[in-house]
Structure formats: C-alpha cells, structure tokens
Design a protein around this ligand. Structure first.
Ligand SMILES: *[C@@H]1O[C@H](CO)[C@@H](O)[C@H](O)[C@H]1NC(C)=O
Ligand SMILES: *[C@@H]1O[C@H](CO)[C@@H](O)[C@H](O)[C@H]1NC(C)=O
Ligand SMILES: *[C@@H]1O[C@H](CO)[C@@H](O)[C@H](O)[C@H]1NC(C)=O
Ligand SMILES: *[C@@H]1O[C@H](CO)[C@@H](O)[C@H](O)[C@H]1NC(C)=O
Ligand SMILES: *[C@@H]1O[C@H](CO)[C@@H](O)[C@H](O)[C@H]1NC(C)=O
Ligand SMILES: *[C@@H]1O[C@H](CO)[C@@H](O)[C@H](O)[C@H]1NC(C)=O
Ligand SMILES: *[C@@H]1O[C@H](CO)[C@@H](O)[C@H](O)[C@H]1NC(C)=O
Ligand SMILES: *[C@@H]1O[C@H](CO)[C@@H](O)[C@H](O)[C@H]1NC(C)=O
Length: 370
C-alpha cells in the first residue's frame, strides 16, 4: 500500500515535470509548430538566428518556459527579438535561465542615432497574463515594450545591461520597461541596470509599479504626447509608483509632455516611498516642453498634469556632479494643478529648485520671476 502510494506520487511528480516532447523546443525551426500545437512549451537552450523574431503568438492559457541560455544572434536590424501575444498566458524563466541579447555587439555610445539595434521584447497580452522570473542580459536597444494590453503582471525580472557602462557608457537608449497602451498593468519586484529610463510610461490607465531597483539609468519616467492627432493616445490615468529604489541615475522621477503633440491629459499620478541616491541631474523634474525627444525650455499646456502626488520621497545627489537640482518644474500656463506633495526630502544638490508656472502644495519652490 505504502509503495503504491509512493509510486503514484513519484509518477505524478515526474509527469508534471515532463512536457510532451513535441512541445520541448531546442531548435528555432521547431518553434512555430510547438507554438501552434502546445499549451505547455519549453524553450531549451534556443539559439535565435540573426534577423529573426522569436514569435510567440500563444494559444489561450498557454505557458512558455525558457530553460538554459537563449541566445539571440547579432545583426543590425530593428527587431524585436521576441514578440509575445496571447490571453491568459504565462511566460517564465526556469531557475538559472538567461536570455542573452548580446547588446555588447551593438552598443556604440549613440543608441538611436547609430546603426539599427533591435528592440528586445514586445508584449501584447490580456486576461491575467503573467511574465515572471525572466533574466535578460544586454538588450541591444529598448528592452521590454508593453503595448495594447489589459490585466498583465510582470514580476521578478532582472534586466542587466551593466556591461553597457563599460568603456564610457557605450550602451544607450536601453530603456527597461516601456509602456504604451496598457490598462491594469503591474510591474513589480524587478531590477533594471541600464542607461536610459528604468520604466517609461506613455499612455494607459491603472498602472502599478512597485518594488523596483533601478540603477544607472534615467529613473522611473512618464512621457506623454506621442500622437499628433489622437487624444486617447495622449492620456494617462491613475498610475502609482511605490516602494522603489533608484540609484546612480540621471533623474529620479521624470514627467514630460510633448509640446508639439495633439491635446491630451495626465491625471492621478502618485509616487510614494521612493529612495533616490547618486542622482546626477534632477531628483524630480516635470517638463512640458519636449519636442522630438528633447526639452526646448518653452512649455505648453496641450497636455495638462492634474493630481501629481508625491509622498515620502527621500534622495541625495552624486557629489561629483555639477548643476544638480532637487526639483525642476516647467509647466505650461494653467496646465498643472492639484499636486499634493508630502515628505519630499532631497539633500545635497548644488542648485536650488526651480518652478515655472506652478508650485506644488507642500513643496515651497521659488518661481523664476520672483
Ligand atoms: C502542429 O504540428 C504539426 C506537426 O509538427 C504541424 O505540421 C502543424 O503545422 C502544427 N500546427 C500548427 C497550428 O502550427
Ligand atoms: C573615456 O572617454 C574619455 C574622454 O572622451 C577618454 O579620454 C577615455 O580614454 C575613454 N575611456 C575609455 C575606457 O574608453
Ligand atoms: C487605480 O489603479 C490601481 C492600481 O494601481 C487599481 O488598484 C485601482 O483600482 C485603480 N482605480 C480605479 C478607479 O480604476
Ligand atoms: C485613437 O487611439 C485609440 C487607442 O489607441 C484607438 O482605439 C482609436 O481608434 C484612435 N482614434 C483614431 C481616430 O485614430
Ligand atoms: C487615484 O490614485 C489612487 C492611488 O493610486 C487610487 O487608489 C485611486 O483609485 C485613483 N483614482 C482614480 C479615479 O483613478
Ligand atoms: C521633429 O522631427 C521631425 C522628423 O525627424 C522633423 O521633421 C521636425 O522638423 C522636427 N521638429 C523640430 C521642432 O525639431
Ligand atoms: C546651477 O547654478 C549655476 C550657478 O548659478 C548656473 O550657472 C547653472 O546654470 C545652474 N544649473 C542648472 C541645471 O540650473
Ligand atoms: C495631501 O497629502 C497629505 C498626505 O497624504 C494628506 O494628509 C492631505 O490631506 C492631502 N491634502 C490634500 C489637499 O489632498
């Protein structure tokens, strides 16, 4: 009796671990039929040929597990290296697995402006899809793009582009997570070491970012106004960023709107319990003057920012850096309102804060005209 139970137990254990051999992929040529036929797919030590996208348009409810090292061969192109679409899907890394984008073969200091570099991964998912425990090394360009999606959680990621800091920061535009068009999204419990935004949110609603560790980049950013004609695409509602650490970064909390874009709106944005250190420019900067990716100094009010709330933001600056500012606000006329800041403690900047056209409640900051 005891032995039978034990046997049954061992059988259950081994069969749970064994996937249908047709669903265990070791060669790129096997991917399409596994994706088309299987709901439990294992990608084992896969080599993705240069110039090919690993297309994972999954069956509803499917799981993909990356095992071992997934290597993306090098060639100059736009990518993406991986594209995932599906409903109620799970995409995960097995313990010890690694996705190697070989960014070091692309990086040339100039990112967008040099030869083409592939985006690493594009996601469009819904219905409580989960992306977990993925370990990404050296994305050539932007790492993870979350497009039109609903009810998606990304958890337990490591994005390590620290090698891009060697040789005078050869990595560039290596955003960690870019969000454009997602609702009910959670990004949590992850580390990003890179050379651009740790997280950058463009458009969407009900987004929660928490327990992040960001090092070397440009902070946790919001950038709204990429459409020249569509109001909806220039809106962002109800975002919370909390319980996170941002170190060795250009900025900490950076909100920008694009003055050459169509109208839009940002509302109910909260950052709380954020620890910042080693900042090289601004701890908190809000700029309503972006055109083509750069600040012009001339703000506009096409995309107002309502209810931008901060709670318990503590930060210090890189002592070697010049021209560091605790807070820099450049709002368009009448386009910032209802901001409530408390517990904002930023020490060690070389310059004082600057606020044009708006001063948040709870953070005294002289306007340039005063
Ligand atoms: C399922 O697998 C078979 C055999 O490998 C293949 O011919 C077929 O195209 C696959 N189906 C889909 C939908 O990919
Ligand atoms: C870094 O850049 C400086 C100035 O451009 C140069 O002198 C130095 O050799 C560079 N270091 C490396 C490791 O490339
Ligand atoms: C706002 O977003 C949070 C997630 O951060 C979510 O829990 C909450 O329900 C959202 N509020 C509304 C009114 O949708
Ligand atoms: C505006 O963008 C939204 C969201 O992407 C889309 O659903 C809608 O069709 C767009 N409207 C126009 C006029 O293009
Ligand atoms: C505003 O943000 C708060 C804090 O994240 C959230 O609890 C609330 O649901 C949001 N309200 C709306 C209307 O989105
Ligand atoms: C923005 O970039 C576009 C395309 O590169 C260019 O046509 C346009 O003149 C630029 N606008 C400004 C204000 O620099
Ligand atoms: C910091 O202050 C110095 C001296 O007043 C000034 O020259 C410099 O432009 C300021 N830097 C910034 C980023 O505001
Ligand atoms: C501002 O935030 C503080 C801390 O959360 C809160 O006690 C206060 O009521 C808020 N004030 C307004 C006007 O919302």
């Amino acid at each position: 009796m005891f032995n039978l139970c034990l046997l049954a137990f061992i059988f259950a254990l081994t069969s749970a671990q064994n996937v249908d051999p047709r669903c265990k992929v070791t060669k790129f040529s096997q991917v399409a039929s596994a994706v088309g036929n299987c709901t439990d797919i294992v990608l084992n030590n896969l080599v993705v040929p240069a110039g090919e996208t690993l297309e994972l348009y999954l069956k509803r409810g499917a799981t993909v597990t990356f095992e071992g090292i997934t290597l993306f061969e090098h060639t100059p192109w736009s990518g993406p290296l991986i594209r995932v679409k599906g409903q109620a899907i799970t995409v995960q890394g097995a313990p010890g697995s690694l996705l190697n984008g070989q960014g070091e073969l692309y990086w040339d200091h100039i990112g967008d402006f040099g030869p083409k570099k592939p985006q690493f991964m594009k996601i469009e998912a819904s219905e409580d899809s989960v992306f977990r425990n993925l370990n990404v090394l050296n994305c050539p360009h932007h790492c993870i793009y979350i497009g039109i999606s609903d009810r998606v959680t990304l958890t337990g990621w490591i994005i390590d582009n620290s090698y891009g800091d060697h040789n005078n920061f050869t990595g560039h535009n290596t955003d960690g997570f870019d969000v454009s068009g997602a609702t009910n999204l959670i990004i949590e419990n992850s580390q990003v070491i890179n050379q651009d935004d740790c997280v950058a949110i463009r458009h969407g609603a009900n987004i929660l970012v928490r327990n992040m560790y960001c090092s070397g980049g440009h902070g946790i950013s919001i950038s709204v106004g990429f459409s020249y004609f569509n109001y909806t695409e220039n809106t962002l509602y109800n975002v919370t960023v909390q319980d996170s650490v941002i170190v060795r970064s250009a900025n900490g909390i950076h909100l920008k709107t694009h003055s050459d874009a169509y109208k839009g709106e940002m509302k109910n944005i909260t950052y709380k319990n954020i620890y910042l250190s080693g900042l090289q420019n601004y701890a908190i900067n809000v700029q309503q003057d972006y055109v083509n990716g750069s600040a012009t100094g001339i703000p506009s009010n096409n995309i107002p920012i309502h209810d931008f709330n901060l709670m318990n933001i503590v930060g210090t600056f890189d002592e070697e850096a010049d021209g560091t500012l605790p807070v820099y606000i450049n709002c368009g006329k009448g386009s910032c309102d209802g901001w409530n800041w408390s517990g904002v403690e930023l020490t060690g900047a070389t310059n004082s804060s600057f606020c044009n056209n708006y001063e948040p409640k709870g953070y005294p900051c002289l306007s340039p005209s005063e």
